[in-house]
Design a protein around this ligand. Sequence first.
Ligand code: RUQ
Ligand code: CUA
Length: 662
Amino acid sequence: MRISRSSHRSRAVALALSCLLGAGALACGPQGSQELQPAGGQNGASTSALMKQRSLTENDVTAALKTYTPTGVHDPYYIFASGGHSGQVIVIGLPSMRILKVIGVFTPEPWQGYGYGDQSESVIGQGDTKGIALRWADVHHPALSETKGDYDGQFLFVNDKANARVAVIDLEDFTTTQIVRSGLIQSNHGATFVTPNTEYVIETSQYPAPLGGGYAPIEQFNDAYRGATILWKFDREKRRIVKEESFAIELPPYGQDLADAGKLASEGYFFVNSFNTERSWGGSLEGNPPLESGASQNDMDFLHVFDIRKAEKAVADGKTKLIAGMRVISLETAASEGILHLVPEPKSPHGVDVTPDGKEIVIAGKLDTHATIYTIEKLKAAIEAKKYAGVDAYGVPILPFEDVIRGQVELGLGPLHTQYDDKGNAYTSLFLESVIAKWNLADLKLISKIPVHYNVGHITTPEGDTVSPDGGYLVAMNKWAIDRFQDVGPLLPQNFQLIDTASEPMQLLYDLPIPNGEPHYAQTIKADKIKAIDVYSPVGTDPLLRAVSPNAVGAGKERIERRGDGVHVYMTAVRSHFVPDVIRVKQGETVHIHLTNTEQALDATHGFAIADYNVNVSIEPGEHSDIEFVASLPGVFPIYCTEFCSALHLEMAAYLLVEPTN
Ligand code: RUQ
Ligand code: CUA
């Protein structure tokens, strides 16, 4: 095997060249791959001596002072970031940028014992499709639950773009409790976004396909392929999405993109961008233009404007058809009942971001240098007056562009996504230029720009997409990290750059490498809104039931019962033993282990792992776990606690004895 390891110098040259050529994938920015001296042995040294020794500038030191968080001190904010390919969610403190947790969502997570033999495996299994066990996901857009348009800290929703799934995470214990898949669409992107009181979780398709998952030749793209947007009904009492109360709206076969729900002035509406309104489907070896050039022919794509109240009325009136068990409003009904209107938008847009007052919708088009500002007042007026510029190929009315915008602001190359602060400012990431642009919403004036390294996708500001943003900080979620971190082979980490937006000019404070997937979006919430439990109480609580399990085991009640469906082991875990600690079964028997951690002390977590059976469970204090497997392998299998829980942790062990049948 040939190993190529480019030097910093040649990479810097490549970077500069690519800037000159405008290659787009890389960006121009300050180079810096110096290695700092360690600061050991400098107890009591003056700040200036330490600065000199480590070659730190005044600017470096202020950045450090703005982020340094002493031991035991907590951050004022949580960032919930999508974990991209990892199928997980990353929880980060702001401004320290300390990673606090990785929540297993669509992917098994070993430390949390998520997906290895107990009831949590059934949560992941809810997302399996057509007999295929899906054990990865492409997580894009986390959405915190909202009350009156403000984050309430109760739930988090995330999408899996690759397999069109949506998950519910309960922020009482930071645990995934539900995964839903409509069966209607084959991929999503305008997901997840919640309405201002979390009545609905919005999931919109990205790549058109026959609805319900059937087959149609791609030549029938225009007629047989469709998009859809799903309004998943969330029941806060039940803490679940209820599929039977959810519905969908059929969409033209465009590439629907990001979404946002209206709030305050625009409550009752939601908005979805699109690209490829040309309906190009590729076929580059068959004499057709490749998908991406076919998809960029028109100057304008379509913003989709949805009226939720009218959609609800159509559903209540029974104007739906059932596809894959989901009530679907047809495209004709959506057009004729005023549920869906289209508005031209500069081509290949990405972010569609409703302003905090809900009055305006900011759209940034990657192939346009502007952000375009639409107003809900003008949209409503045009809809009311039925002032159409035409209809699309499916009969959906198109509103005239000039009539529904307030204006445009010139920002630079590749504007992508916008967030807000408490001072009336908007911040837009510029992908091609690798900067964050700060601009004023009232007069549409650019204020300043700060370079990031490199090629930023989304950005998050504290409470920055709610009705009351906080401002002060911004995190740029960068795709490229050349020369930012030590070499770790050709797959570089992603890079979160923390920026102080309260200072002018804005100041770059900190780089956080993200090593487990490409995060796409994050939301940042005030820490005091999160009311997480510290132990499961009462003892025996099943995190999925949020109640004491019928199988919970109390101290002194441990036992082994043989029943028609196998061997039931009622077991407790407490420092530093499992009771019982010997389990005897016959090969082929089904083993049910009902395991309760009877502790109530903070952080008194035990693990439970069985050799060779792929069983790995984490039982937090008070938690109950139901493990089930078939004892197919004969032999002697040690069981042990995988958490260093006490001085006698190594002694916290047991045996599974599987007697061969012949
Ligand atoms: S997305 S940056 Cu879903 Cu914008 Cu990826
Ligand atoms: Cu329990 Cu180690």
